[in-house]
Design a protein around this ligand. Structure first.
Ligand SMILES: Cc1ncc(COP(=O)(O)O)c(C=O)c1O
Length: 448
C-alpha cells in the first residue's frame, strides 16, 4: 500500500496559481526552466519530497530541483542552521566559523587526495574556476569534454557543452575538443557493451592525442551524465578516460555537480569506478537550495599561479557565512545520516519498478539508474529507438502534474532525481502516478 501524500483540490493550475503566474508573467523575462513554465502552478511550501501550491494542492516531487534538493524541502537541520546564521552574519569573505567547519567537513568526505576547497555561488562559476586552475597548474590550454556533457551556461562551460543547446550562442572559446560519451543505449559507434570493449574510451584516448591544437590541460567529464538524460556509463569508462588524460599529462576534472554528495548511492560518482580525480567541481546538493558551489583539488595543484594569488580565485558571494552555514547543514546531514544509503535503497526499488513498467509498455526503450539518479528513454519503436514526439511528452508531463506528480517527463529522456531523504512509500506513490499516465498513453495509442 503506497502512502497518500498527493491531495488535488482544484483543477490544475488552480485559480490562485493562475493569478500569481499571470502577475509574474507581466515582467518575467522568458527562459525559465521549462517544467516550471509548463506546470503553470505557483508553489507555496514544501516538506520533504512534497510541494504544495497556493491553491492547497500537494504534489510528490521527483524533480528535486534537478538534483539540488539533497535534504528535501525544509529539513529541520537546514531550517535551524539558516535561521540562526541569518541573525548573525551573512555577507563578506572574512573567515567565519561556518566556513572553517565547512571546508573541513567537505574535505573529510571528499574523494581521496582532494584536500583543498574554494567556494563559488553557481556550478558554472565553479567549472570556469576549475578550467582556469587546470590551465594554471599545467601551463597548457586545451580541454577535452564529451558529447552530452553539460557544465553550465557561461562561455567556457558552453564550449564544452556537447549538445545542440549551444546552437546560436557562439562564437564560443576555442581550445576545446568534444568526444563521444559512453551512452550505451544510443552508442555513437552502434556497438553493444561489453562486446564493444569500450570503443568510445579508445576513441577518446586517440582523440586526446590528435585533435587538440596543443598539449592537453584537462579532460572534464560528469561521472554520470545528468542533462543528457541521467546516463550511466560502464564503470570502466571513467577509469579509462582518467588514465588517458594522465597519460598525456593532463588533469582529470570530475564534474560532480549532480553526482556528488550521495546522489548515486555512494558519496561520489567517481566512487563507482574508484577513479581519483585531480579536480572536482561540486554544487547543487552541496547547498540543498542555497546557491553555493565549489572546486575541490589537491594541495599541490591548488598552489598554481595566478589562480592561487590573493583574490586570484575569489568571487563576491563564494563561501560567505550564510552560504557556508547552509552548505554545512547540508553536507553534515548527508554525511551523518549516510543519505547515500537511502539513495541506494530507495533508488534500487524505484529502478525495479521502472523495469516492471518497461515490461508493460512497449514505448519504454531504456531504463537506467544509480541510486537516486534514474533515467528512461521513451521511443516509438524499440528497434529504431526513435524518440517519442515532443508534443506527446508535453501531454505526458501535463497529465503527471494534473494527477499530482512533478517529474521531468516532458522530454523523451525522462529524468528522476528526488531528494536523498525520500522514503520508499512516497517514491512509489510518485511512480504509481507515472504508471497511470503511461497506461493512459498506451490505451490512447497516441505514442505511435
Ligand atoms: C554536471 C553539471 N555541471 C554544471 C552545472 C551548472 O550548474 P549551475 O546551473 O549551478 O551553473 C550543471 C547544471 O545543471 C550540471 O548538471
Amino acid at each position: 500500500m503506497t502512502k497518500r501524500n498527493v491531495v488535488i483540490r482544484t483543477p490544475i493550475p488552480g485559480p490562485r496559481s493562475q493569478e500569481v503566474v499571470a502577475k509574474e508573467q507581466r515582467h518575467l523575462a522568458p527562459g525559465l526552466q521549462g517544467f516550471a513554465l509548463w506546470a503553470g502552478v505557483a508553489m507555496d511550501h514544501g516538506q520533504g519530497s512534497t510541494l504544495t501550491d497556493v491553491d492547497g494542492n500537494t504534489y510528490v516531487d521527483l524533480i528535486g530541483g534537478i538534483g539540488v534538493n539533497a535534504l528535501g524541502h525544509c529539513h529541520p537541520n537546514y531550517v535551524a542552521a539558516l535561521t540562526e546564521q541569518v541573525q548573525k552574519l551573512t555577507v563578506g569573505s572574512f573567515t567565519s566559523a561556518p566556513r572553517a567547519e565547512l571546508v573541513n567537513e567537505v574535505c573529510e568526505l571528499a574523494p581521496a587526495g582532494l584536500d583543498r576547497l574554494q567556494l563559488y555561488s553557481s556550478g558554472a562559476e565553479a567549472v570556469e574556476s576549475a578550467l582556469r586552475l587546470a590551465r594554471c597548474a599545467t601551463g597548457r590550454q586545451e580541454i577535452v569534454g564529451f558529447w552530452g556533457g553539460f557544465h553550465g551556461k557561461t562561455a567556457g562551460a558552453m564550449a564544452l557543452m556537447g549538445s545542440p543547446a549551444r546552437h546560436g550562442l557562439g562564437p564560443l572559446p576555442t581550445g576545446t575538443t568534444l568526444v563521444p560519451y559512453a551512452d550505451c543505449y544510443r552508442c555513437p559507434f552502434q556497438l553493444t557493451y561489453p562486446s564493444c570493449a569500450l570503443a568510445c574510451a579508445d576513441f577518446a584516448r586517440r582523440a586526446m592525442k590528435v585533435q587538440p591544437a596543443g598539449p592537453l590541460a584537462a579532460v572534464i567529464a560528469e561521472p554520470m551524465q545528468g542533462t543528457a538524460g541521467n546516463v550511466i556509463p560502464p564503470k570502466e569508462f571513467i577509469t579509462a578516460i582518467a588514465d588517458a588524460a594522465h597519460d598525456v599529462g593532463a588533469v582529470f576534472i570530475a564534474d560532480e555537480m549532480i553526482t556528488g554528495f550521495g546522489r548515486t548511492g555512494k558519496p561520489w560518482g567517481v566512487d563507482h569506478s574508484g577513479v581519483a580525480p585531480d579536480i572536482c567541481t561540486i554544487g547543487k546538493g552541496f547547498g540543498s537550495g542555497f546557491p553555493i558551489a565549489g572546486v575541490l583539488t589537491r594541495t599541490d595543484i591548488a598552489q598554481a599561479k595566478p589562480w592561487s594569488n590573493p583574490s586570484g580565485a575569489s568571487s563576491s558571494y563564494g563561501g560567505n557565512a550564510f552560504a557556508s552555514a547552509a552548505a554545512l547543514a547540508s553536507v553534515r546531514t548527508v554525511r551523518v545520516e549516510r543519505l547515500w544509503d537511502n539513495a541506494e535503497r530507495v533508488g534500487a526499488a524505484m529502478l525495479a519498478e521502472l523495469r516492471r513498467m518497461q515490461e508493460r509498455y512497449a514505448f519504454i526503450g531504456d531504463v537506467r539508474g544509480a541510486g537516486l539518479l534514474l533515467g528512461m528513454d521513451l521511443v516509438k519503436d524499440r528497434q529504431t529507438k526513435e524518440p517519442l514526439h515532443a508534443s506527446v511528452m508535453k501531454q505526458v508531463y501535463a497529465d503527471c502534474v494534473r494527477r499530482g506528480l512533478l517529474a521531468m517527463t516532458y522530454t523523451p529522456h525522462i529524468r528522476l532525481q528526488p531528494a536523498l531523504t525520500i522514503d520508499l512509500d512516497t517514491a512509489l506513490e510518485g511512480l504509481a502516478i507515472l504508471d497511470d499516465v503511461f497506461r493512459n498513453l498506451e490505451e490512447s495509442g497516441r505514442w505511435r
